[in-house]
Design a protein around this ligand. Sequence first.
Ligand SMILES: [Zn+2]
Length: 254
Amino acid sequence: MPKWLRISILLVVLVLVAGQQFLGKQRVSSWDEPVWIAIYPLISDDREAQHFIDTLSIADLKPLERWFAKESERYGMLFQRPIQLHLMPTVNAPSPPEAPADRSPWKVAYWSLELRYWAWKYLDDGFPTHSKIVMKVYPKSIEKLPGHSTGLEKLKLGIVKIRGNRIELPYLRFLIGHELLHTLGASDKYSYADHSPYYPAAFLEPDKKPLYPQNFAEIMAGVIPKTSKTWQPTNKLSLIKVGDDTAREIGWQK
Ligand SMILES: [Zn+2]
């Protein structure tokens, strides 16, 4: 496809989705109905990774739905299932475009346009969902996952990267929860330099005396602050909560 045609298509997609997003933004901030999230596994050419995808069921993700119900209840939401996860059929598509390594605004803008185009082309809209989460599964023996998982509010799109290993299911649930909260407007609560948790945003008990050790991790930080210089990563939903800042960002409290 010539480059000018590709860019023209991208621009048309941009205009089309701009309208949809305005409506979507209004819909979620009210939280007067459950928010539907579609999860799309991407086909893998690795046999074990594909087996992981084939055997994954919605039951594997239910603990995350229940976690959202419990957390939203703490903020006075009364739904039984405020977030409803739907596992979609496997998508036969190439990997979504990777975020540019250097975060120059133009490169990021172009990448986000490419990503919109990719999502529009490959993710079918079976029913109206608020956000889409793409699941890219790698061989379980891979040492380091390439790139990062990501969640973009404007695109209402998240990409989670995991190894195809059922031992990593708790991590998958945490990651989906974290990235889908990004698509609802939540920001990270840790430093990108050293992963240190922000105070007070990443502290569930910011007034605790003594302050350390904390007992819980904030979902947008993913670590339990242990001392002023140490923190412990966790994927255990029983040890993870939604903090007040995140609750405000997603509209659970004023
Ligand atoms: Zn994040």
